[in-house]
Ligand binder design. Sequence first.
Ligand code: GUN
Length: 305
Amino acid sequence: MGAEIISGIQMRKEILAELEQDVAAMKAEYGQVPGLVTILVGENPASVSYVTLKVQTALSLGFHEVQDNQPADISEQGLLALIEKYNNDPAIHGILVQLPLPKHINEEAVINAISPDKDVDGFHPVNLGKMVIGGDNVRYLPCTPAGIQEMIVRSGTETEGAEVVVVGRSNIVGKPIAVMMGQKGRGANSTVTMVHTRTKDLDAHCRRADILIVAAGVPGLVKPEWIKPGATVIDVGVNRVGVSEETGKAILCGDVDFDQAREIAGKITPVPGGVGPMTIAMLMKNTVKSARWHREQEGLTRTGK
Ligand code: GUN
């Protein structure tokens, strides 16, 4: 029997419906909606398409959305000044600078310039630090790992005591999801192994996994025989392997051979239509959370607490 397909498109729909209600409630309660600015530098085609989707989703939820497109030759100082402007704008609760940035701009300086209170990407070292500490300290979880964890929970996969193997150690996915799955709490309490390009016996580690999370960016890296029968497989890879003659659009595939893996896994995410849509849903969730937090802070200031 084939694996159950974990559809990111369906789960995104459910999450956005929940958020739509939150936004309507905020508007009715205090006449304000979450504000998100998306800053796109240059015209990298993949970035343009990601940002377009983020903007459309924010607008569909009724957010105040500012799309701020800047030329590829904007100076680092210019970009930092723009971020400072949005840090001080009370109508903006979330600031997203689409990565990667042109080579002449230091990405770390840009991420550090975003106020941790408005860092809805969850990339700022303050928010990453809070994520590592865990518990009540957690502010904004990085969106792709948060989407992965949400998919694991909503698919009904047991995480308590489960062997989780994470393939990849990027700052955006591998490292944070490994930490998150090992924390105490809902959708976590797992035993985590993080493997990477220098790991010996990569296949042996993968074979142990009750939950296999693959974020290596290498098409077909994980072979079907590396998958434990019945495991939940989360494929984070988005690899452009060609262009469709029919549609002119990029042909995408993951890091796992989906057709073969689905015969062995218990549950599996497809590419496209798996983790990708969840990342945007989590960005929206962080922005709603930020809008609420900012509102609470205003209330506390007014009452002098
Ligand atoms: N580029 C690719 N993924 C992301 C993301 O999640 N956030 C930002 N800001 N840039 C990206």
